[in-house]
Design a protein around this ligand. Sequence first.
Ligand SMILES: Cc1ncc(COP(=O)(O)O)c(C=O)c1O
Length: 399
Amino acid sequence: MTPTLESKLTIADRISSISVSSTMKVMADADKLRREGVDVVDFSAGEPDFPTPDNVKQAAIRAINENYSKYTPAGGSVEARQAAVNRHKAEFGTDYKMSECIVSVGGKHILFNYTQALVNPGDEVIIPVPYWVTYKDIVNYAGGKCVFVDTDEQEGFRLTAAMIERNITPRTKIVLINSPSNPAGSVMDDAEFEKLYYITSKRGIFLLTDECYSHFLYDGRPYSVASIPGSKSTVLVAGTVSKTYAMTGWRIGYALAPEPIIGAMMKLQSHSTSNPTSIAQKAAIEALNGPQDSVPQMLAEYRRRRDFIVPRLRQMPGVECSMPSGAFYAYPNLRGALGRGGIRTPLEFADRLLKEAHVAVVPGEAFGTDAHVRISYATSMKEIERGLDRIHKFLETLG
Ligand SMILES: Cc1ncc(COP(=O)(O)O)c(C=O)c1O
């Protein structure tokens, strides 16, 4: 049958398998209100409020002045890839070669490239709940099937290897772990992570570790499962400079993985973004190679905020909150408040909170749970105090 003109003027089916990022939507709604002159307290942004360290900014300025403005190799410059490899080695004792590294346009792009390079239609990807919103969509976009694994809130959403093992099937292709996690700040014990590596590797399943928040850990030392000797063939590392160095807008991430996978991702990248921005690569090289003292400074400030915010949330009517062990999010449970004031769901709560109390939070539906909201404390103490006062008052008005 010849297609009609109207039936041709449509969006491709694969786009309908994904949804608009809820975090981006909340940020846009908050921004709209702000532009209308409303004083909004914004707890929605998943990005550090700190400026990019000065040495990093200066490296980018130098790159511009030195006309470092041409294409680089599609998978990133030799120096940028080497910097990612070296930083990982220095911190975790890994020994990746440059050919086992690609630099892309942020950690999200790395995860997208991984799923596009590895997931065939029907392949299963195991994702612990609560999960970062993007995982679901990039797996769906690749035609894969998300297999969600519940965690126990009473245990701080802490994941164990056994929880994953129960959900493995012959179709499992990837287990995707984010520790510390967005949105709950939960951390998998090193020993459990190691167990999970043995469970997955002996079955030929990739263990994809999203190390986005690995430096923001409140107890113990940062851990990478890639530090297990001989783990290179099934462990896939997704790294980013976005949060560690307060560089979200620069858009640089990196992958450490077996050469054929890096090659596949490079092929894809060469036909989509080409190289990540040359100037941003220079900045990332300085971030990765240069002084690291900004990282513990930021962590200390996040800890101070966490220690303030969680007890305050726990004092609010109908609210419970587990203590995050890493990252910079609190994930309070509002079950005791839902049902009041005509609010049934976190989505409705977030909507009313923004409209009536002018505080932006991300509803838990985005992360696969039905009673929570995510509060980012990557914002100043002053804003945190103002926002919490408003949330407290709002909850009280619900009766
Ligand atoms: C869990 C997680 N992974 C990866 C990313 C990607 O970060 P980026 O694309 O800015 O490097 C984010 C950003 O919010 C995140 O929360």
